[in-house]
Design a protein around this ligand. Structure first.
Ligand code: GLU
Length: 447
């Protein structure tokens, strides 16, 4: 493959889509050598084909607010690749959502889902709807209107959406109810469902748990231990919460979390009741972390600053794309941070990743480290098909010992460099690519 030509085409074909270009460029740069050693991929134009989503559905969502005013939002579903299974990926409701955001997320999802070992293709969707400050009734009316259109394009064997930023149990419930009303079917069309109506144990914790299991693999590779390590998390949502729970259980100390308003530092460690409070704070949907310091005496709120200035051994970005830049990476390195586990999707800028890798910090990309969430969604699909519900222990064991262990092993297999440093970005991209690419070749020129 001619990387220069591909990047030029990518940029020309996707004007105004910097996130998609960033995500795609990273994959191109890391798989180029591997692809060039295996000419079959060029023969079947696999890379070029993967750079184009199979389908993008874009639609209008109208709904009436509590004052009786008509509101108009944009809804999307990007169905990126279906080679290894039905499209699978979350829905993001956030005012900054554009087609670019969802194209990058769907692209990443294809590689991530391939890594999980489960039969899931890649997709992503969402809306520029902002759930913050809306009443439950408004969120319900929006979700019902959104699903009225989306249901034309999804199904348990075609495309199975789930949650992401701004879409949690409440939104999944409203959308599932509407799907059921329109189709008259109680099927596994969404994941992240309630435990009493088709959901899976461990799904709420899965992204955070999975990232910590992946971190354990990284530590082991460095003959290092998790116990006593200082950890800094960004965000205080579902993902950071799951990570905090598992980190506490394994004896690491979470010293900081953050919100859009600033960060909280707590040298006593964020444990027990404080972790429970993260969830309570999230439910208020006020998008601030400051109340945490009012509630717990040991905690201090630092306004408007990024959490990466807090000294740590391990940093886990758990909030949103590009939340950690080159300046932050340099600061982390200076303060002795040894592991960066990207738990949000593309949480680090390309420049930040380059800095970390140059300094030989162990860096895990989101598509490997945060795959536990979608993986347990995959297990939820399996349980729905079986009409069974597995125990917590069964799901956790599968997540830890079969899925996250396999993702880590694959990253090492394809990412280990001659000096022993593991380039997890390269490893994840190559391993994710192979399965999808080989399936595409086997299935002929169909997308
Ligand atoms: N939104 C999550 C992700 O980025 C989960 C997707 C899912 O469960 O389908 O992987």
């Amino acid at each position: 493959m001619d990387i220069k030509k591909l990047v030029a085409e990518l940029e020309a074909k996707n004007p105004g889509q910097p996130l998609y270009i960033q995500a795609a460029k990273e994959v191109l740069e890391t798989i180029a050598d591997f692809v060039n050693k295996n000419p079959k991929y060029d023969k079947y134009a696999i890379v070029e084909r993967l750079l184009e989503p199979e389908r993008i559905v874009k639609f209008k969502v109208t709904w009436v607010d509590d004052k009786g005013k008509i509101q108009i939002n944009r809804g999307y579903r990007v169905q990126h690749n279906m080679a290894i299974g039905p499209y699978k990926g979350g829905l993001r409701f956030h005012p900054a959502v554009t087609e670019d955001t969802l194209k990058f997320l769907a692209f990443e999802q294809t590689f991530k889902n391939s890594l999980t070992t489960l039969p899931m293709g890649g997709g992503k969707g969402g809306s520029d709807f902002d759930p913050q400050g809306k009443s439950d009734a408004e969120v319900m009316r929006f979700c019902q209107s959104f699903m009225t259109e989306l249901q034309k394009y999804i199904g348990p064997e075609t495309d199975v959406p789930a949650g992401d930023i701004g879409v949690g149990g409440r939104e999944i419930g409203f959308m599932y109810g509407q799907y059921k009303r329109l189709r008259g079917q109680h099927v596994g069309v969404l994941t992240g469902k309630g435990m009493e109506w088709g959901g899976s144990q461990i799904r709420p914790e899965a992204t955070g748990y999975g990232a910590v299991y992946f971190l354990e693999g990284m530590l082991k590779e460095n003959k290092d231990k998790i116990k006593g390590k200082r950890v800094v998390l960004s965000g205080y949502g579902n993902v950071a919460w799951g990570a905090a729970l598992k980190l506490e259980e394994l004896g690491a100390k979470v010293v900081a979390i953050s919100g859009p308003d600033g960060y909280i530092v707590d040298e006593d460690g964020i444990t027990g009741k404080k972790i429970e409070y993260m969830d309570e704070l999230l439910q208020t949907r006020n998008n601030v972390v400051e109340p945490f310091a009012k509630k717990f005496k040991s905690a201090t709120f630092v306004k408007g600053k990024k959490v990466w200035e807090v000294k740590c051994d391990i940093a886990m970005p758990c909030a949103i794309q590009n939340e950690l830049d080159a300046k932050d990476a340099k600061l982390l390195i200076k303060n002795g941070c040894k592991y960066v586990v990207e738990t949000s999707n593309m949480g680090c800028t390309a420049e930040a990743v380059a800095e970390l890798q140059k300094a030989k910090v162990a860096f895990a990309p989101g598509k490997a480290a945060n795959a536990g969430g979608v993986a347990v969604s995959g297990l939820e699909m399996s349980q729905n098909s079986q009409k069974l519900q597995w125990t917590r222990e069964e799901v956790d064991d599968y997540l830890k010992n079969r899925i996250m262990a396999s993702i880590h092993a694959n990253c090492v297999k394809y990412g280990k460099e001659t000096d022993g440093y593991i380039n997890y970005v390269k490893g994840a991209n190559i391993a994710g690519f192979i399965k999808v690419a080989d399936a595409m070749i086997a299935q002929g020129i169909a997308y």
